[in-house]
Write a protein that binds this ligand. Structure first.
Ligand SMILES: [Zn+2]
Length: 439
């Protein structure tokens, strides 16, 4: 009798534990099932592909494999993402979950087996070749449709090369920030590319600005310090001052416009906000107001504490081309609303007449200063920047602008970290990218 009682208690206890276990499992299944479905033990979904706009396979979820072509694989690594998810903005992590649905009854339900990016992998390869191992950004987009055709960030690495992955993880200098997509997630001192903002502020707030005249002697002194130019530019009107990128003239314009107004125009240009690129938020730029005249002068020249994100700069270029508005950059080709990528418009707060005048000046920069030859027949409007970064380091080289054309409505941005002279170094990367994009 005692033994029977013991057995009954044992069975009841065991049954109770079983029921409790099943209820707990059900609870977690309902609560976390969708997450489990999207995050299999392999770290991602187990079938489907990431392809570029032409259908070139960049990543296969089934084999966890990248493109077999070395240049394609490496040049698109920041767009696609690495296997460990260290590149936080990689499509492989960010968009994969949307390719499938989780249903309590049927489990996983594939919505699509293809994640198509707006990128043209061929252009990423061109950008990588042109950057030639230098760190930075080279990107191009269609300012009418928003499609980002090229998004290159360096340094790159090969996800199939174990030695390289170990070098990154051990902090080798050649790979500093290798997991960062600099196009989306970095900010840089803009240097003279910021003179576009100062120009717009001057055009809209200084009544006599078209009569502006400034004699550059190579430096303007502010007490013990001075704002300097690389050479003596002589007499400058507004158009000359932008083409020659005369720091003295722009410091003078910044002082006349004032620090708060400059900040307003940087804000209106979208440079202080985050851009949402298919849901990926870009880093915000910054502008610091000051009542110290020399700092105010340098801030209008794109130095002092100015910081700009390359994607925001590229979007600004699209907006100038479009007379104040442009399509917001996007990275994913939408398929029936699966990815939640809506066509969006970016707008700057500048008048269309201001955009038109800035466009003319940027066109003049190319024709009379940078050289039209390198761009063939393309009506390119651009501004270079050679951003001093302090210490013994070479300046960051910038080149940004757009093609003023219905056939090739492209805006672009190139930044080469410690790359030297903007118009020559970054300008030649932009020229190669445009040549490939406008074939
Ligand atoms: Zn000058």
């Amino acid at each position: 009798m005692k033994r029977l009682k013991f057995r009954t208690i044992f069975v009841m206890l065991f049954t109770g534990m079983l029921i409790f276990g099943m209820l707990a499992l059900l609870f977690f299944y309902i609560r976390d099932g969708a997450y489990w479905a999207a995050h299999r033990p392999s770290g991602s979904i187990t079938s489907g592909q990431i392809v570029d706009r032409n259908g070139t396979v960049l990543y296969d979820y089934g084999g966890r494999s990248y493109s077999e072509d070395y240049e394609t694989r490496v040049s698109t690594i920041h767009a696609v993402g690495d296997r460990t998810g260290s590149i936080a903005t990689g499509a492989r992590q960010v968009f994969a979950g949307k390719m499938s649905d989780f249903n309590l009854i049927t489990g996983i339900n594939a919505k699509t087996d293809q994640l198509k990016l707006t990128l043209d992998a061929r252009l990423n390869v061109t950008a990588m070749d042109a950057m030639n191992g230098r760190k930075g950004v080279a990107a191009l987009y269609n300012y009418r449709t928003g499609d980002v055709l090229c998004m290159f960030s360096g340094p790159v690495f090969d996800p199939d090369d174990k030695a390289q992955l170990e070098a990154i993880n051990s902090g080798a200098e050649a790979y500093t920030g290798a997991y960062l997509n600099r196009f989306l997630s970095s900010t840089y001192t803009p240097g003279s590319t910021f003179k576009i903002v100062t120009t717009a502020a001057a055009l809209e707030t200084l009544p006599d600005v078209e009569d502006f005249s400034f004699r550059c002697t190579g430096s303007v002194s502010y007490g013990d310090h001075s704002v300097t130019c690389p050479r003596e530019h002589g007499w400058q009107n507004l158009t000359d001052a932008l083409a020659n990128s005369c720091n003295g003239a722009y410091a003078e314009l910044a002082n006349r416009v004032g620090s708060e107004t400059l900040e307003t125009y940087a804000q209106q240009a979208g440079l202080l906000d985050s851009v949402s690129v298919s849901g990926l938020k870009t880093a915000k730029g910054s502008f610091t107001t000051t009542s110290v005249p020399i700092d105010e002068g340098w801030s209008g020249v794109g130095q002092y504490k100015d910081l700009v994100n390359p994607c925001a700069e590229m979007t600004l270029m699209g907006c100038i081309a479009g007379g104040g508005t442009a399509a917001t950059p996007k990275l994913v080709v939408e398929q029936g609303g699966i990815f939640g990528v809506k066509p969006e418009t970016s707008a700057i707060g500048w008048q269309s007449a201001t955009c038109q005048r800035v466009k003319e000046m940027m066109r003049n920069n190319v024709v009379n200063h940078y050289g039209q030859d390198q761009f063939g027949e393309l009506p390119v409007c651009a501004k270079s920047g050679t951003a001093e970064v302090g210490g013994d380091k070479a300046p960051h080289a910038w080149f940004t602008g757009f093609v003023d054309s219905d056939q090739y409505p492209y805006a672009f941005v190139v930044v080469i970290e410690n790359g030297g002279w903007g118009s020559s170094e970054a300008g030649s990367v932009a020229a190669r990218l445009l040549e490939a994009a406008c074939e």
